[in-house]
Design a protein around this ligand. Structure first.
Ligand code: ADP
Ligand code: MG
Length: 454
């Protein structure tokens, strides 16, 4: 195949993978050779190669075949030339370029767009989130850095992103002199890769090291992505060394994020780690009431029957986003049909949400999560093995089945390979007993519960 053919193949790939993917991932590929059924490409980093291999290799092979150069395999090797020039070239870059990536005190240019309604004023505080809220408030004062990083974690829709945006909004007012940068871990990676591709890694480093407050959302995303983790780690250290504030969020505690480098994990744990707990009834009701004020202004003339908010707070327990969506839909629907919002309307309009929130956790799901957590086979959950490394997770699953479902002991026994209900009872007792003395086990059970609830 000539480079012309590769040119044609690339044209075709734009259509297949989309312009954005193409510019980010395909365009930077350098075809180094094509022989013995292997097409070999040069890539800037191992990570880059892994990503392309995982996501686009089939497209590339497909299009090569169409162009009359079928191959069995595509491989990616890190191009020494590419890497070296990525590292040294920026030293010689024109001065203007350095300024281009600069940001003047706001987030719009380089960070993610902030959601206007994610302010502290709009954040309802309750028992489950009071610590996280207090810590976020502290950071938003922009005073001396007392804990670094602030690590916020919790399940989906519990307010992590809301709190981070609130910090950014508040800092704009209290400390307009500070350069605050908020972005998701995914955007961090995307920019990093883009900088590699454009040979602007020095600009990238400079930009990130020049911020005063860095907030990275959903950091679990970079787990397993080696070069991004590496860069993140360096950025992180550089900022901590300069005593700049960092705020991180994730869907689980640092210790629970798999494939995260140990040194990153331990650095993340150095600051203040706070947990947003699942919402309780009072908090959900509070959130609904605060939203209600907003909607009553928007939809004047609509009335709300007593008991509706309580019903929703009671029934929709999964996440705040769903709760908000439910209320929004109710108002929109009621204004459309010109009816009062009462429990009948709720049933009519929200049947799908109510049904899905009714969906019960199954014993099978519990077994699967527990097996995954302890790295044992799902079949061992049901099987006869008595080894402690298997029996203990099995007992944890029994305990959680009793706690989190409404199944009776004999029913649980049946789902654990036809065990007798006394065996189940014994397993549950064992776990209860162990948890009082064994912090690790108690933590495991807590974590599993949270994972199963989300
Ligand atoms: P996460 O980032 O934890 O997944 P978000 O911050 O995106 O969750 O929150 C999901 C939605 O729920 C947002 O619309 C947010 O405004 C709302 N929300 C979550 N917690 C609260 C709260 N305590 N008070 C008011 N709104 C909240
Ligand atoms: Mg979020």
């Amino acid at each position: 195949m000539t480079n012309d053919t590769w040119g044609q193949v690339r044209e075709e790939l734009i259509k297949r993978v989309g312009k954005n993917n193409y510019t980010t991932w395909i365009e930077p590929l350098r075809l180094s050779h094509l022989r013995n059924g292997v097409a070999s490409f040069e890539v800037p980093t191992t990570f880059f190669g892994d990503w392309v291999s995982r996501n686009f290799a089939d497209h590339i092979r497909g299009q090569l075949a169409v162009a009359g150069s079928p191959v069995e395999r595509v491989e990616f090797t890190v191009g020494a030339a590419a890497e070296r020039s990525a590292a040294t070239k920026p030293a010689a870059r024109p001065a203007a370029k350095a300024g281009r990536a600069r940001v003047n005190g706001t987030d719009e240019v380089s960070g993610a767009q902030l959601e206007q309604r994610f302010t502290f004023d709009n954040f309802v505080v309750g028992k489950p989130n009071e610590l996280a809220h207090a810590a976020a408030r502290r950071v938003a004062e922009g005073g001396p850095v007392t804990f670094n990083p602030l690590f916020l974690y919790g399940g989906v829709g519990l307010g992590k992103t809301h709190l981070m945006h609130a910090i950014a909004h508040e800092l704009k007012v209290s400390r307009p002199d500070l350069h605050v940068l908020y972005l998701s871990a995914e955007q961090f990676m995307y920019r990093f890769v883009q900088a590699l591709r454009d040979r602007q890694i020095m600009d990238f480093k400079e930009l990130f090291r020049s911020v005063d407050v860095l907030m990275v959302d959903d950091v679990q995303f970079i787990a397993g992505k080696d070069s991004t983790q590496e860069e993140f780690f360096h950025t992180f250290n550089a900022l901590v060394d300069q005593n700049k504030q960092i705020v991180i969020s994730a869907d689980r505690a640092p210790g629970e994020i798999k494939d995260l480098e140990e040194r990153i994990r331990s650095r993340l744990q150095c600051g203040l780690v706070v947990d947003l707990h699942p919402t309780d009834y009072e908090l959900r009701l509070g959130i609904l009431q605060s939203k209600l004020e907003h909607y009553s202004n928007q939809y004047r003339g609509l009335t709300l029957a007593p008991g509706v908010l309580e019903f929703l707070a009671h029934r929709i327990t999964t996440n705040v986003r769903v709760l908000e969506g439910a209320l929004m839909r109710l108002f929109a629907f009621a204004s459309l049909v010109g009816r009062e919002i009462n429990l009948d309307l709720v049933q009519e309009c929200l049947s799908d949400i109510l049904r899905s929130s009714e969906k019960r956790l199954t014993i099978e799901e519990i077994q699967r999560k527990v097996a995954e957590h302890y790295n044992v086979r799902l079949s061992d959950m049901i099987g006869p093995k008595r080894l402690r490394t298997i029996a203990r997770p099995r007992q944890v699953a029994m305990y959680l089945s009793k706690q989190m479902t409404s199944r009776s002991l004999p029913e649980i026994g049946r789902r654990f390979g036809g065990r007798d209900h006394t065996t189940i009872m014994h397993g549950i007792r064992k776990i209860e007993e162990l948890m009082t003395g064994d912090g690790q086990l108690a933590d495991d059970v807590q974590l599993l519960k949270r994972l199963l609830q989300s």
